[in-house]
Design a protein around this ligand. Structure first.
Ligand code: LLP
Length: 419
């Protein structure tokens, strides 16, 4: 469910016409619906009613301060993977006690920052990291709350780049090493063992992989209990998929229901780290058609957004629906929708059937709220686009469009080039 709908053939975000925003803000821009974001969080949280839980929004999907703040205000926690995300989260008002920190490559300064802030727990991904966290806690005279991220070796059946729970993946500690890892953690002087974590992948469209992972983790938690190590938090990670084209991810009630069912007897607080499912369909990328071009064997619709603005089609061959902002054209064409960048991989869609458009028309690239703006770059010296949030009948620029001066900010000339 989202709030991007047509009224009289014009695409609206809540009560604002998308074309009106484009006229005022220019293109391209990301557009987020406040009501959709809010509703997605509420529905996700409510699906876990009846179980002690903390929903930790996975910041990496969309770190705009307005988005972070909206979830923080709803009582949400945060899942981070870097010092930068910790900074953004604290700025947006997340209490440190609601922040969990995953990632295979935490650096000393990032660990120190998280220890000083007093986060809920580190999801530790290796024995070497565990030792470093213990050392840093000793230096800073802190205690480090940790969970081990266990790799449950289940196949999430998603794109190989975003599958994370298989033996061959770099993430977590192999489940057969988990018990020895916990024994080691338990013996460390400055570490408190508080949880167990996993995250098996992203854009998962079946309930089964989550159930399998949870089954494996539950067995480990019970074994640890027998050894006198009591886990308080069980962090299931994120990963629930959304509909981009014709995927049919399990409804929230089914996804949450099976987790609740498996955990209801256990004295644990559940943590879940949803990213895409909260923000993906709450955002679109609005782009303007620059040129139509007929090649020998293909039609090209050249638009002003490129792979630097939305990388998912190029990187994962990901499908994003493309809709005209002004509907009504009857004639369809089959075309590649391509950006202005000097690479053949710069496309938003290949061989796509879309209504016939002309130069100046606006297109909406749907389901772009997750891993859109956050993965954008300045490639080809293209300033990053604006981000806009609509609430009801008003829109707000929540990140200004970069200008050319932003492109060279921070660069400096060595003395020998200064003459
Ligand atoms: N927790 C951890 C530890 C993660 O690594 C991730 C995502 C999440 C939670 C949130 O997963 P979600 O609920 O959004 O599936 N750039 C890719 C997705 C990469 C996901 C990385 N980790 C894409 O555009 O599809």
């Amino acid at each position: 469910m989202h709030h991007f709908n047509y009224h009289h053939d014009q695409l609206y975000c809540e009560d604002v016409a998308v074309s009106e925003i484009a006229d005022k803000v220019g293109t391209p821009f990301y557009l987020y619906s406040h009501a959709t974001l809010k509703r997605h969080f509420q529905a996700f949280d409510a699906a876990f009613d009846g179980i002690d839980r903390l929903i930790c929004y996975s910041a990496k999907a969309n770190t705009n301060q307005a988005v972070l703040k909206l979830f923080a205000a709803s009582g949400c926690g945060l899942d981070i993977v870097s010092g930068g995300e910790l900074y953004r989260g604290l700025q947006a008002g997340y209490p440190a006690r609601r922040i969990v920190y995953s990632g295979v490559g935490k650096k000393v300064d990032e660990i120190d920052y998280a220890l000083q802030a007093g986060i809920l727990m580190f999801n530790v991904e290796s024995v070497a990291e565990l030792e470093l966290i213990n050392q840093r806690a000793a230096v800073l005279k802190k205690r480090a709350p940790v969970a081990l991220r266990v790799n449950p070796d289940v196949d999430a059946r998603t794109h190989p780049y975003i599958s994370t729970g298989l033996k061959k993946n770099k993430f977590g500690i192999a489940s057969q090493n988990a018990l020895s890892g916990y024994a080691m953690a338990d013996a460390l002087e400055h570490v408190d063992v508080v949880g167990m974590a996993c995250h098996i992948g992203s854009q998962i469209t079946e309930a089964r992989p989550f159930e399998d992972a949870l089954g494996n983790l539950k067995a480990l938690v019970t074994e640890l209990q027998h050894k006198g190590i009591n886990i308080r938090y069980l962090d299931m990670g994120g990963g629930l998929g959304i509909t981009y084209e014709n995927e049919t991810p399990p409804p929230l009630t089914e996804y949450a229901g099976s987790i609740i069912e498996q955990l209801k007897e256990m004295p644990l607080r559940l943590i879940v780290e949803p990213g895409r499912v909260l923000v993906g369909n709450a955002g679109i990328l609005v782009t303007r058609v620059l040129y139509l071009k007929q090649g020998d064997i293909k039609n090209f619709v050249v638009v002003d957004a490129g792979m630097n603005d939305l990388m998912r089609p190029t990187l994962y061959n990901a499908y994003h629906a493309i809709e005209p902002v002004a509907a009504g054209a009857k004639e369809l064409i089959v075309a590649d929708v391509v950006g202005p960048i000097c690479e053949s991989g710069d496309f938003l869609a290949i061989d796509r059937s879309i209504p016939l458009v002309e130069s100046g028309d606006l297109l909406a690239v749907m389901s772009a709220g997750a891993y859109g703006y956050v993965m954008s770059s300045n490639y080809c010296s293209r300033p990053r686009v604006a981000e806009v949030m609509v609430k009801g009948g008003d829109f707000h620029v929540v990140k200004r469009r970069e200008g050319y001066e932003d492109l060279i900010r921070g660069e400096s000339l060595p003395q020998f080039l200064q003459k």
